[in-house]
Design a protein around this ligand. Structure first.
Ligand SMILES: Cc1ncc(COP(=O)(O)O)c(C=O)c1O
Length: 373
């Protein structure tokens, strides 16, 4: 049986009918940009994210750019980011005119390394730092990152593009952040019917600035106090996301059960899996298996032959990307990020994956390891 890496069509029985109703309502009332669908969704985001404010925007990359711009980061500034993330984190820094310092990851939790980060802060006088929560969990040392940045008065943006639904010490991971960002790209755990994103924070003044920047710098309808751009959230995207939130607990349950099953069943086969650090309940955005770089191609070949989809998230560190050099002014370590890029392999994981499909994936890994043995 073929198993896709991701299948976004496993809708609940009544989902598409309810969606048709929402679409008819939006069209009849021409609520295409902004309006009650967006406001209602933002209120729900803030409530579930545990923050005073949630500002919807066009995508997760814009969310980071909005946060950076609202914090005053721009030309001539330096921003620290982890070397293992999606390219959007790097791009957002460059797009606001700043330069990047990359920091290696901790091989245990695969998140930015705290000691290397501290070194980067001491050496580069950054204007801001971005901590990325990768794979559906965050750093084991999240509170230490937050405390260090607060102590140094260094604005910390938490790129939570991948972590909607993740909890840390019993609260949403976004709740304790100074400012955090989310992506609602369709393949995310909470995904839209197009591109969408949001910025979450508790600071009233920062929230107002973010909202203005994402709406042409408007201070009134035709008064522009800032140079912003158009990064407004559409009505359809907001309505789809709002509707999807009704089903989110069940979807999270399905994903978490699959991620746990992989860990329980692949480890005895000798496959290295990675679990979230203590204190996290993952949203199970991705399951992570790690291989010796020289062994991974053989595992990939068996999975392909058996029509088992998989991901390699991500195949290259940020500091190694072709477009990086002109904008990269420092690199602290990077060996662990390289090793992760050459050894990571993500098995199929999506809401609604069946037990039979998980069996099929586990069998394929068993066969791959038998070939390699
Ligand atoms: C860590 C991270 N940051 C930023 C983004 C960018 O989000 P978007 O694709 O919505 O612009 C993503 C999306 O995949 C991501 O995974």
């Amino acid at each position: 049986m073929a198993v896709p890496f991701i299948d976004l069509r496993r809708f609940e029985e009544d989902f598409l009918d309810r969606w048709a109703g929402r679409c008819a309502d939006i069209a009849a009332n021409t609520r295409f940009v902004g309006g009650p669908d967006v406001a209602g969704f933002e209120a729900r985001l803030a409530a579930d994210g545990g923050t005073a404010h949630a500002i919807g925007c066009a995508n997760g990359t814009d969310a980071i750019q909005l946060a950076l711009r609202a914090l005053g980061v721009g030309e001539g500034d330096v921003v620290i980011i982890p070397d293992a993330t999606f390219w959007a984190t790097f791009e957002a820094v460059v797009n606001v005119g700043a330069k990047v310092v990359t920091v290696d990851i901790d091989p245990d939790d695969l998140q930015m390394d705290l000691a290397a980060f501290r070194d980067a802060v001491d050496r580069y006088e950054p204007a801001a730092a971005i901590l990325v929560h990768l794979y559906g969990w965050g750093s084991a040392r999240l509170e230490e990152f937050r405390a260090l940045c607060a102590e140094r008065e260094l604005p910390l943006i938490e790129d939570g593009a991948q972590t909607w639904g993740t909890t840390w010490n019993g609260r949403s991971i976004y709740a304790g952040a100074h400012v955090s960002t989310v992506s609602f790209y369709p393949a995310k755990v909470l995904g839209a019917c197009g591109d969408a994103g949001a910025v979450l924070c508790n600071d009233d003044a920062l929230a107002l600035r973010i909202r203005r920047l994402g709406n042409h710098g408007r201070t009134d309808h035709y008064e522009h106090g800032l140079i912003g751009w158009n990064s407004r959230l559409g009505g359809h995207e907001a309505a789809w996301l709002d509707l999807s939130m009704d089903y989110l607990d069940a979807r999270l349950g399905s994903r978490r059960a699959a991620a746990a099953a992989y860990r329980a069943r692949l480890a005895p086969l000798g496959v290295r899996t990675v679990a979230p650090p203590e204190g996290y309940v993952e949203n199970a955005y991705l399951a992570v298996t790690l291989h010796e770089p020289e062994d991974r191609p053989a595992v990939e070949a068996v999975l392909r032959e058996r029509e088992i989809g998989f991901g390699v998230v991500y195949p290259g560190a940020m500091s190694r990307q072709a477009a990086a050099p002109p904008f990269l002014i420092g690199r602290i370590g990077g060996e662990q990020a390289d090793l992760l890029a050459r050894g990571v392999l993500n098995p199929p994981l999506f809401a609604g994956i069946t037990e039979a499909e998980i069996d099929e994936v586990v069998d394929a890994f068993a066969a791959a390891l038998a070939v390699g043995a």
